[in-house]
Design a protein around this ligand. Structure first.
Ligand code: SAH
Ligand code: SF4
Ligand code: F3S
Length: 444
């Protein structure tokens, strides 16, 4: 067996892609290892979203290069180094120039060509580059069966982005919006369910722009809900402008659709939202959240924020805090604005000083942290259906997820893994819940 090491950076779509790369390589005799030292093929599946993410790749490559040299010195064969993902797409052949130990570079829409690229790279240095956008060809070429081990899985249904937020590289690294045909998704979902998967998270850079079935994402979710064994459906990431009535209605009447929604707003000031090209205002976002909560009152809202976008004044930032206060999030991710080459915002006047961004990020995180903790604490005393995902760290302990995506720790026997069981929540912590098994769900 040849040893394959894959390191994944960035978003869930990269996690999905890494699994699929392993699926593509398995027929060639590659099996996964979790140690890069001595591996025959090392794949770094990279993220380009912020400068830090990109820089990490180059420092990692420095280490991998030394492992490659050690393997060669030991007479243990050749280590092939591949850079995949969004940095591969954005920087292409530049990567091989900057780090000559890299053998091949493959973009997120071209990794089905990995076997061919590996062969080409071994024949001639510089031949291993593939960065064209061909999502359709890619999905057609991927093996139909997936290798899964857990009870939850990601399933990519949509790729790419046409929104062109002025800060963001994704439209350039992932290409135009494209949806997989519903039939292919259903086949993959049935296959997952047969292997014991109980919960799927549908993925797309703009997952709710899905149009691979009449009726869009709402129709797809309703079809998936009928798949035997699939009891929980989630989707991410949504754009506020694609959140249609049919999808909102599905949250109201489809028990399989989990009451958790990641709906990034980025900022609370209309001036900044306009400069970001978000195509929504703070007010329209708030009204949207209201409609979603009218359909599903207990829905947990999650969000992404950027602080320090060019031109952000203190009062603009204050508007972000106001919006957060009004929505009350169950969880959130916040980032300092990162100036990305080639994006319109990188050339805008009014770039914000690092110290100002640091200070705003701290204030925002303090507020979001309080909200998350309060949401978790408010679960205490409730009985929630928890999907048991894995044995816990301690003997006799289990780890699972609430409908609201909170990690739940409890004591119980291993054979419950894969089951959805009623759990009485005893304590809510900052980032998780502790609970105990109950025999049956109490009457509402
Ligand atoms: N398609 C998704 C997610 C895209 S990237 C969406 O539209 O929501 C994930 C998050 O990274 C974004 O929501 C945004 O908050 C953040 N992000 C993107 N570009 C960034 C940049 N240049 N600087 C800082 N954060 C950024
Ligand atoms: Fe980036 Fe905006 Fe597209 Fe999200 S919607 S991927 S933030 S351009
Ligand atoms: Fe990063 Fe690409 Fe995802 S830039 S966030 S890995 S789409």
């Amino acid at each position: 067996m040849k040893r394959l090491y894959i390191k994944t950076y960035g978003c869930q779509m990269n996690v999905y892609d890494s699994e699929r790369m392993a699926d593509v390589l398995r027929p060639l005799g590659y099996g996964m290892t979790d140690d890069p030292e001595g591996a025959d093929l090392v794949v770094l599946n990279t993220c380009h979203i912020r400068e830090k993410a990109t820089e990490k790749v180059y420092s990692e490559l420095g280490q991998i290069k030394r492992m490659k040299a050690r393997k060669a010195e030991a007479g243990d064969g050749v280590m092939t180094i591949a850079v995949a993902g969004c940095v591969a797409q954005a920087e292409g052949a530049e990567i091989m120039k900057r780090q000559p130990a890299v053998d091949l570079v493959v973009g997120p829409q071209a990794y089905h060509q990995l076997p061919e690229l590996i062969a080409r790279a071994h024949r001639a240095k510089g031949e291993g580059l593939a960065a064209e956008f061909s999502p359709e060809e890619k999905f057609d070429a991927l093996p139909e069966t997936r290798h899964v081990s857990g009870v939850t899985a990601f399933l990519t249904v949509q790729e790419g982005c046409d929104k062109f937020c002025t800060f963001c590289v994704v439209p350039y690294t992932r290409g135009a919006e494209w949806s997989r045909p519903a039939e292919a998704i259903l086949t993959e979902a049935r296959n997952l369910a047969e292997k014991g998967v109980r919960e799927v998270t549908l993925l797309g850079q703009n997952v709710n722009a899905y149009d691979g079935a009449p009726g869009g994402l709402a129709a797809l979710v309703r079809q998936l809900a009928k798949v035997d064994g699939l009891d929980r459906i989630r989707y991410t990431t949504s754009h506020p402008r694609d959140m249609d009535e049919a999808l909102i209605a599905a949250h109201g009447d489809l028990p399989e659709l989990m009451p958790y929604l990641h709906l990034p707003v980025q900022a609370g000031s209309d001036k900044i939202l306009k400069a970001m090209n978000r195509d929504h205002t703070a007010e329209s976002y708030l009204r949207l959240v209201e409609r979603i909560r009218a359909a599903r009152p207990d829905i947990a809202m999650s969000c992404d924020f950027i602080v320090g976008f060019p031109g952000e004044r203190e009062k603009d930032f204050q508007a972000t805090l106001d919006l957060v206060t009004e929505v009350n999030y169950a969880s959130a991710f916040s980032f300092k604005y990162s100036r990305r080459p080639g994006t319109p915002a990188s050339a805008m006047p009014g770039q914000i000083a690092e110290e100002v961004m640091d200070e705003r990020l701290q204030r925002l995180n303090a507020l979001l942290g309080q909200q998350q903790q309060a949401f978790n604490e408010a679960q205490a005393g409730k009985v929630l259906p928890v999907l048991i995902e894995k044995p816990g760290r301690r003997e006799g302990q289990l780890g699972g997820r609430s409908p609201y995506l909170q990690p739940v720790h409890l004591d119980g026997p291993d054979h419950l893994v894969g089951q959805i069981v009623p759990v009485r929540i005893v304590t809510g912590h900052k980032g998780s819940l502790t609970g105990e098994l109950v025999q049956a769900l109490e009457p509402a």
